[in-house]
Structure formats: C-alpha cells, structure tokens
Write a protein that binds this ligand. Structure first.
Ligand SMILES: [Zn+2]
Length: 627
C-alpha cells in the first residue's frame, strides 16, 4: 500500500509521479518539530474537541446510539473527516497507538451513521432524512461526501485497511446513482461548495473505478449552468472552461480548480487546462497576497477584484491558502512548471503556517497582513474548517517534497532529511538533504545512486542573487534561472554530493502600484519567508508612524530561543508622526510638507507565520518606505 497523497502515478496527462510520504523523512529543525507537535498535541486536542463540541455525537445521534439534538453547523461531519485524514497521514509516518485508537472509534461512529443505501450525513438523519439533497446549493452534502472520501483514501493508503474505503465507495455509488444528466434518468445538480470533485478523482485512482471519475467530470461540466442559481459565489455563473479569473468564495474556487486539475490529469481536456492557467495567472498576478493568502473580502469569504488587497481586512482564510497549495501541486505535477512550486512554497511558509499557533493548539481563520492586536488565534472555531485542514496539510507535507518522471527526480522543496525514491523504471534512489533551510540557503544533496539519472533542483523564484551549483566541489556549468528547475544529468556514483547555494539576502518587496494600500510600502522577505513587525518586539512603537529608510542596513540573526527559533531582521527605522496641524482633524488641504522624522529607532521583524504567539500588539507586513 502506497502512502501517496495525490496519486498521479497512472494519470496519462500528468508527467510527474508522486513520492509516498513514507518514503520521505524530514529531520529538519523547521518542519519536523511542527509535524511532531501536529501528531502529539494538535491531533489529540482536536479529537477532544470533536467529542466536546458534539461532532461525534451528531454521528452517534444519526445511528440511534445517542438521543440528543444535532449540534453546530450542518457540515460539521467534515471536521471529523479532515481530522481522520490528518491522523491517517500521521500514522503512516509514525505508529501511535493512542491516535490509532481515536481514529478507530471515530470510524465506528462514521460506519454506524451510514444509511443502508450508502448515504451518510449526520444532519440529514432521523426527522430530516426525507430532506436529503433538497438544497444542493447551501447544504454542503456533497462537500461533506468529498471530505469523507479523502479521509477514506488516506486511511486506506496509510493503514491498508478498507474499512473507511468501503464506506466511501457505498456513498460514492449512491451519489453516482443519484446525480447526472436527465438523459440517464438521473438528477442534475452540483454542490454549492466544490470539494467532491477532487475527492472523486482520487477515489477513482484509489479504486480503479471509472464511474467515480465520470462523476467528477459530470460535476465539473454541470457547474456554471445555473443548476444552483448561477451565482459567482458558488462558481456557478459560467462553465469552468469559460472562466478567466477566480471569483466568489475563495476556498470553494480553489477546491474546484484543484478538482479540475485532477480531472485534466486523467482526461487531458485542453479547454479545462487553458481555463485553469488563465485563472492561475490572474490569481497570482493580481489577486494573491504576498503571503500566498487568497480571498480579500470578508463579504462572502470571497476573492477580490484585481489588485484589491486590503491588509487589515484581508480575509485570507487558512483553508484558502491550503486549497491553493493543493491546486498548485496538481498543476505542478502536470509538467513540472516551477512557478506552481514557487506559489506552493510561499503559501506553505506564510499564509498556511500562520493559521496555527506555535504550540499547535490554536488557529486563525483569517490571516490578515496588518492588525492592531485584537486578532488572536483561538483553540477552535464554531465553523472549524481550518483547524483540521491545517492538521491534514502538515501531516501530508512530506508528500510534497519530491516527484519523479521518466528522466529522474525533482526536488521541489528543501529541508534536512532523506528519501528513498522509486523511479518509474524500477530503480530506487536514496536522496539525503543537508540544509538549514529556510534559515540558510545552502543545500547539500547526496545521491545514493550508481546509474544515469537527471536530478532536477528547484531554483526558487525569489532567488535573485547569484546562485551556485557544485558537484563534488566542482562548479556545474549551467544556467541557473530563478523560477525554474535546473537539470543535472550525469552518471551518478554513490556519495556524489551536489552543493546548491541559494543566497538569502533580505529583499524589500514592492506591490504593484494598483494595489493602492501598499503604495509607498515594502514587505520584507528573506528566502521564502515574509516578515512582519510586531509589537512584542517593538514595545510602544506605533507601527503607523514607522518608516523603513531606503538606505537602512537590515541585519539578520538567528535566535534559537525566540518563537521556536527564528531568523529575525533588525534595522534602524524612523518615526514619521503626524505633525501638530493634524491635531483634531481628519482632513486638510494638501500642502507639500514632509512629516518630521525622528531619530532612528531600532526595529525588529519576525517571520509572518510566527505573529500573534506572544502578548497582543500591533502587527504589520507592509512598512512605509522612505524614497
Ligand atoms: Zn477554513
């Protein structure tokens, strides 16, 4: 049984093949402690919350084991499923009897709540049983099914057990029998919350059952024909193949595109891919935050207009950044375009990771880029989509590091650790990475190989400073282009070592001038990390007055006892407070006076993902920049 997250091994239109998460061991100082906290702290805590908040009781109620009212949102089953998926990936990499037991008891409740015809949703139980499928637009039954399928696939791949998979298949068969073209005697319909599409494609990959792929294709094709009202919010305004930009609810839009990319990998439908590429371009060139967060609007949890990127009011739901990673990966494996890996990395280190506290016990729903100190993580949300979503992302992370094609091995992400990578031709190659990434950009890769092979190393798009590449100490003569993979073809011998140096100077990053709120501002980035200035390091500093002088030298230092160990940035900033004439007024006739600058003040910036882990205070990513 192979613990592959997105299994494109046999997908005819995906050139790259995935590597099972069990083949990759992360031993780095950045992610591996987070994966350990996820397994040891986050997942057990979430199980308790699933119990305490009635999410498991809802299933017990549906099976008649418990006389109680349904509690919470009608889609609360998904939190159980996402948690179970996370547990499955976590168990794949390390056995944990306590977690296994929790998973087993959740599976019992899920199994017992399934109806004889395969239907499964705890909200539509008992007195509501005859209201099933009456409101596809709003009631998320297919969305819930999608998460069930993904949990089942992960569980089957991680444990070899088909207990969950059989539940999923019975439900998928029920859905297949129910929804489809009228000409086939079925009921037309799509879900208001896309998700089931990618789950159905993966279920087809897992089971070999082509009907599930057919069902995914039906749901993608039927969308946009106003079966659920034709709103942009539900991505039902036009057929997906006609879309030029992403609109509406950000998580739904990105899940839909992930599902469409999965469908493309199986079918090679050119119009589908062209639409996905158009949407990708518009998203990443006009709608995405520097953190990889997406979704600018609280209203409708929605993607914004082009260049509409408010900072304090950034919605940037954790789930949306996760969905972006999922979509990016699916585009990446089609033919290895590094721009997808760049966005995936940005989102992982910034917009996704800020969603969880360093102790693994509290979560952001929104991940704004500026705040006055009031936006804090909480141990759970009433709508708890994000907490188990980030848990499954972290648990499956090792699966995103490498892939293969006929020519060799692709290295997408860098972290200390090792991998045993099976090539399509049957060879297995050991790869060892030694690096302190993301704190330092030196990466040493050792290949355990005695054969011809191409090694494709990602040169990140952020890596503008001269990059160097050596093999066994000798410079490798090739062009190293940021935002691409460098191909190293050679006959390898055991112990051959590749030294890649990705310089990480601090970069002052500008936003497009049409992103008005960031005019005259810069964000600080180093390597893949976006930085922010937070009150806890800069007591009493009014960040609204802070100016980063263009000639300020920015120093870096690794502080092992701060925020789990981070590289901080520090610089001499200046304060430009409003002059006395502003007292008591909000507006005045403009006149060309410059705000007086105070003396220099020492300012510290920390990685954005680590903000709001100490005492509350103001936080800002985009800093005023003196010309
Ligand atoms: Zn969420």
């Amino acid at each position: 049984m192979s613990t592959i997250v997105v299994d494109t091994t046999h997908s005819p239109h995906a050139r790259q093949r995935p590597v099972p998460i069990t083949a990759v061991t992360l031993t780095d100082e950045f992610w591996s402690p987070r994966l350990r906290i996820n397994r040891q702290v986050t997942l057990p805590a979430q199980y308790r919350l699933l119990q305490e908040t009635g999410r498991l009781d809802n299933l017990r109620r549906a099976s008649g084991k418990k006389q109680t009212n349904f509690t919470g949102y009608f889609f609360n089953d998904t939190d159980v499923y996402k948690w179970l998926e996370a547990v499955a990936w976590a168990l794949a990499t390390e056995p944990d009897p306590a977690l296994e037991q929790m998973a087993d008891s959740a599976i019992v409740e899920i199994a017992d709540a399934q109806r004889p015809d395969g239907y499964l949703n705890s909200f539509y139980a008992l007195d509501k049983a005859n209201e099933r499928w009456t409101n596809l637009r709003d009631m998320h039954e297919l969305y819930c099914a999608g998460h069930l399928f993904q949990a089942a696939i992960a569980h089957a791949r991680a444990t070899g057990s088909d207990r969950m998979l059989n539940i999923a298949r019975r439900f998928a068969d029920h859905i297949y029998a129910t929804f489809g073209p009228e000409s086939e005697g079925k009921r037309p319909g799509v879900c208001g919350h896309p998700e089931v599409e990618m789950a159905l494609v993966e279920l087809a990959r897992q089971t070999g059952e082509s009907r599930y792929l057919e069902q995914a294709r039906y749901f993608i094709d039927a969308r946009g024909h106003h079966l659920i009202g034709g709103k942009e919010y539900h991505q039902d305004h036009v057929p997906l193949r006609e879309m030029d930009r992403m609109v509406g609810h950000a998580v739904r839009a990105a899940y839909l595109n992930a599902g469409a990319a999965d469908l493309y990998a199986e079918t090679g439908d050119a119009a589908l891919r062209a639409a996905l590429e158009r949407m990708w371009r518009n998203l990443t060139q006009r709608q995405m935050y520097v953190t990889g967060g997406i979704g600018s609007r609280y209203e409708g949890e929605a993607l914004g207009a082009d260049y509409e990127l408010p900072n304090t009011r950034a919605y940037t739901e954790t789930c949306a950044a996760i969905a972006l990673v999922m979509w990016a990966w699916r585009m990446l494996v089609l033919d290895g375009d590094a721009s997808y890996a760049d966005v995936m990395e940005t989102a992982l280190y910034n917009g996704v990771l800020s969603g969880i506290s360093l102790d693994g016990l509290s979560y952001f729903y929104e991940n704004p880029l500026a705040d006055d100190g009031q936006h804090r993580r909480t141990p759970w949300h009433e709508c708890a989509c994000c907490p188990p979503n980030i848990a499954r992302m972290l648990a499956s992370l090792p699966g995103y590091y490498y892939s293969t094609d006929e020519e060799g091995i692709y290295v997408h992400l860098y972290a200390e650790g090792s991998a045993r990578i099976a090539l399509p031709d049957g060879r297995t190659i050991g790869v060892t990475q030694r690096t302190r990434y993301p704190w330092l950009g030196q990466v040493s890769l050792e290949l355990d190989a005695e054969s011809d092979l191409s090694l494709f190393l990602r040169i990140p798009g952020w890596c503008e400073a001269p990059t160097t590449l050596e093999i066994n100490g000798t410079p490798y003569p090739t062009q190293l282009t940021p935002g691409s993979y460098v191909a190293i073809w050679r006959t390898w011998h055991k112990g051959d070592t590749v030294q890649l140096s990705l310089p990480m100077p601090v970069r002052r990053v500008q936003a497009h001038p049409y992103a008005l709120e960031n005019n005259g501002r810069v964000a600080l980035m180093r390597g893949p990390l976006v930085y922010c200035v937070e009150g806890a390091d800069n007591l009493g500093l009014d960040l609204r007055d802070l100016v980063l002088p263009s000639n300020a030298e920015i120093n870096t230092s690794f502080l092992s006892d701060l925020l789990g160990g981070v590289v901080t940035l520090s610089f001499d900033g200046q304060l430009a407070s409003p002059d006395a004439e502003w007292t008591g007024r909000l507006y005045r006739t403009a006149h060309p006076t410059l705000a007086p600058m105070t003396n220099h003040i020492r300012v510290t910036a920390i990685p954005y993902y680590a903000w709001a882990n100490r005492q509350p205070g103001p936080t800002q990513v985009w800093l005023r920049h003196s010309a």
